[in-house]
Design a protein around this ligand. Sequence first.
Ligand code: TEU
Ligand code: CA
Length: 551
Amino acid sequence: MCFDSIQRIWWKEVVVYQIYPRSFKDSNGDGIGDLRGIISKLDYLRDLGVDVLWLSPIYKSPNDDYGYDVSDYYQIMTEFGKKEDFEKLIGEVHERGMKLILDLVVNHTSDEHPWFIESKKSKDNSKRDYYIWQKGKNGAEPNNWASFFGGSAWEYDSLTDEYYLHLFSKKQPDLNWENPEVRQEIYSMMKSWLDKGVDGFRMDVINFLAKAPGFPYAPMDKNNFMYKYIHASTMYANQPGMHEILKEMNQKVLSKYDIMTVGECHYITPETALSYTAKNRKELDMVFQFDIVYSGQDLSKIKESIWKWYDVHKESSWNTITLNNHDTPRQVSVFGDTENYRGESAKLLATFLLTTPGTPFLYQGEEIGMTNVIFDKIKSFRDIGSINRYYSLLKQGKAPEEALANIVPYSRDNARTPFHWDDSKYAGFSEHSPWIDVNPNYQEINVKNSLNDPNSILNYYRSLITYRKKNLALIYGNYVPMETNNPVYAYKRILDKNVFLILLNFSSNVLDLSVNKLNIDDFEVVFSNYSHNIDKNVLKPWQAMIFKKSI
Ligand code: TEU
Ligand code: CA
């Protein structure tokens, strides 16, 4: 690839930082993070070097799924602040040269949204068709679709003797995207936020909007431990109707603004993703994919996935790269060795995130190496998915300890404990006992300590983000994977005369590199997560190195 030939686009060059507002910073001592809290930390975020902030939902919500159940798309969630706070936030973000994107949650609303309250009233209500209502079959649910949070995806309503669809909790009824009025309402709402200066959207479960016509029964695969999810891919993910919706949304709204869009897509292949993101399709800019998170830490699978996504998208589309979000356990706990090499493994993941093709998305706390939390009682959990799962395991006859052990490693609460600002009570997140317990390791892992330590994970992120911005090869360079034995992962990024070679040791073992015949003699080391004694023939535990040469 020649430098002149690259088409520079701002959203390809940015580093995105996801904020889960409820857990980021509380400004008024009620134990819940809020918009003023975010404003007070904008200098920290600017100094970290991130360019775009993505806020998990901030709209009015009864918080059955913490904001992913919206009851008014135009209002700010009471706990998070007021309209003026949002206006101040967006102004201050822009003042610092950063951008702000919002979470667009339009597969479903809350059951407390006025549309649904109307819709429920009668079969001939003007809002009835805003949601998906079906008659039962043989005295049971219309079909066998399952909710992501357990149980059937259909809820019976005795008033009209019909069922409504909810792919998530029963307080999250799915909108009917076949209804043109629904589409218009959503487009107007999107425009109103964009007109306030919002710079784009992360689109929640966007590939689920169109459902399989006729709501057929789904094939089940009970041998697969994720069987309840299996039919999702065939019944409500990537249905043909998706393209019509996205094209219309793009034409009527997105194309009118200079913004970025990223769709959250579960059950997606690189090829299907391309059908949403290829430039000439005029649908979305990028999608997330979760191959790494669901890889079971199998490095061969990860290498294969990165290659495939790159290869399929390199000509006409653009990827994302992400390890953590508010739904995943902390990946440093999953992949890394938090007992012996927390710092090294977190920095290795940082190196991977910031040098692999695609726009990187990092999640609050990742930059200081926050870890999973081990809650020892069900009362500590807040995530509806984990709580439902716990009680369903008890129902199946599991002992409480066993049910707890089952939910602890996967719970979404792992990512949602309050952010660690310092070592004071409640980790500097709040003056008051927070809505969810603080991870007990906050006295060691926090921003204050990280700022004082030149070798901290935080300082590594800062300097690598700065370095990445100055070296376009790390953004636009061709991706060339190298043949190496696991647990070594090695690849080049090449643009014009600049060649970068990235070497990652995904293990706690010392490895002899000479066996891999990488020919690195003429490269110089420009980055490493170990400060002294860099030996080109040896990789230390979780060592990450970036080499450079000019050709
Ligand atoms: O997530 C979609 C989704 O499929 C995940 O919630 C998935 O079920 C979960 O990771 C399994 O543990 C999006 C949001 O990111 C999530 O927070 C919401 O709960 C969900 O949509 C509904 O809006
Ligand atoms: Ca608050």
